[in-house]
Design a protein around this ligand. Structure first.
Ligand code: ATP
Length: 454
């Protein structure tokens, strides 16, 4: 007997999903919309035909469907902000033969008075939460929490999960990643989630303090400890962070003599101010960050191995922006809106071609560079959207900067020069690595560097 399920599967599917009280969306493995029910289309004010095939983040605000389709991990009862309201979203991975093939999302939306009351209650609570967060920032020195780390990539989702797992314990964390990837944001977030969140978060930029002042800065000093010492002495960063977290940024630049002392403080739990005869008990959690290869610095005797093991209990690697393709779109939207709000300009969108170009660029300065690029674009644009002309020349595709009268040889040389230049930027001037990435021999690269005067 043929079951009506076999015979009328499509009609049953449409009758069910088309009539339920929820907004339903189905995406494929890549996060492209395969189905959107009538209720969702009405709520978003979109045509179903125009949405099918589009990436879900282009149609639904703050969607995480593509992440669930990628990770296969379900998310239930998540609060999602869409069209100015808070909705409850359930996201379930769809599996076939043990393989994730997509995801189904259900957003609970009832246009009833109770829902409206609940929604305004949530908004009230969030405002209250924001007020507490501002107060807390003033008290303990942190500005960011995980919530401020804008992302829609599985790579950052994994990092956030790792942060959530380790934040509550007191273990030392070493954040690694290129400059501008967001290491400081993660350091703040770890402190925020830890039991120490009501205590101070103190940052030390190890690269910015002159070599001979670093010990006084870290451990403090007594009055008269050295010429130029302040009357009454000064408390060190360790003392200021007591009970809380000390964030040692750019730890690879810490001079050797200070490394020895830091290790002693961490092992013995006590600190001695410069010029003092007594010690003080200290309880700090260490979060360190670096964009350098500490292992290489150890080989060169510029970093102590014992300190490395002491701070590297939980290493967390933040991937560079060029490996987080999914983040570029959400970050670009976020930074354009942020700059537009600050400047007071009305920007309604970003040209699709701009997204393509942003996606293809290598972002040696990572998120900091993306933010600066879009802020300058918001300043430059005469329109209400960001177009290709608003991007700086070095980000625009080569073709747009070629002169019409150039011949093929000139065009090829120009492309070669730009490619070598960018690769050298990406490798921080490391010629062996650049030659490897470009697939050419080192001597050939040297010749070209000479030829183009790079
Ligand atoms: N995911 C993100 N969402 C929003 N803003 C971000 C994000 N990641 C980084 N930023 C912004 O980018 C800038 C650089 O971030 P941050 O200072 O944390 O990077 P970093 O890795 O510590 O850099 P450095 O090694 O140079 O100190 C900051 O303005 C930060 O607010």
């Amino acid at each position: 007997m043929i079951s009506i399920l076999d015979q009328y599967r499509d009609s049953i599917f449409e009758t069910f999903f088309g009539n339920v009280d929820h907004c339903i969306v189905i995406v494929d493995r890549e996060g492209r919309i395969s189905y959107l029910n009538e209720g969702y289309c009405r709520f978003l004010g979109v045509e179903k035909e125009a949405c099918v095939g589009k990436h879900v983040t282009d149609v639904i605000e703050n969607s995480r469907m593509h992440i669930v389709a990628e990770t296969g991990e379900q998310e239930m009862a998540d609060l999602q902000h869409i069209n100015g309201d808070y909705m409850i979203a359930n996201r379930i991975p769809l599996q076939s033969d043990d393989e994730v093939v997509g995801a189904l999302g259900m957003v609970l939306f009832r246009d009833t008075d109770e829902w409206k009351i609940m929604n305004s209650r949530i908004k009230d609570l969030l405002l209250e939460l924001e007020a507490y967060r501002t107060q807390m920032q003033k008290q303990n020195g942190t500005k960011y929490s995980l919530h401020d780390i804008i992302s829609s990539s599985p790579e950052i989702s994994h990092v956030k999960e790792k942060v959530k797992k380790t934040a509550h314990s007191d273990v030392s964390v070493l954040l690694r990643g290129e400059s501008g990837t967001g290491k400081e944001l993660f350091a703040h977030s770890i402190h925020h989630l830890s039991e120490r969140s009501t205590k101070p978060f103190v940052k030390v930029n190890c690269a910015a303090i002159p070599n001979d002042l670093i010990e006084a800065e870290l451990f403090g000093y007594e009055e008269g400890a050295f010429t130029g010492a302040k009357k009454g002495g000064k408390r060190g960063k360790f003392q200021m962070a007591h009970g809380g977290t000390l964030f040692l940024d750019e730890i690879g630049d810490m001079p050797m003599h200070a490394q020895v002392k830091i290790l002693r403080v961490l092992q013995e739990g006590e600190v001695e101010a410069v010029g003092s005869e007594s010690t003080e008990l200290i309880d700090v959690r260490i979060i360190a960050a670096t964009n350098q290869q500490l292992e290489k610095l150890i080989e060169e005797n510029r970093f102590r191995e014992d300190l490395y093991y002491r701070i590297n209990v939980v290493p967390i690697q933040i991937p560079p922006l060029r490996e987080r393709g999914d983040d570029i779109r959400v970050l670009a939207k976020y930074f354009v809106q942020k700059a537009a709000d600050r400047i007071g300009k009305r920007i309604t969108g970003i040209d699709e071609a701009v997204y393509d170009v942003l996606q293809r660029y290598s972002w040696p300065g990572n998120i900091r560079e993306l933010e600066n690029t879009l802020e300058s674009a918001v300043h430059l644009t005469d329109e209400s959207f960001i177009g290709m002309d608003d991007l700086p020349g070095h980000i625009q595709p080569e073709s747009s900067i070629f002169q019409e009268q150039e011949n093929l040889k000139q065009i090829l040389e120009k492309t070669e020069k730009q490619t070598i230049e960018r690769t050298l930027n990406r490798t921080d001037g490391d010629k062996s690595k650049a030659a490897e990435w470009l697939g050419i021999g080192k001597s050939s690269l040297y010749e070209k560097i000479k030829k183009y005067d790079l």
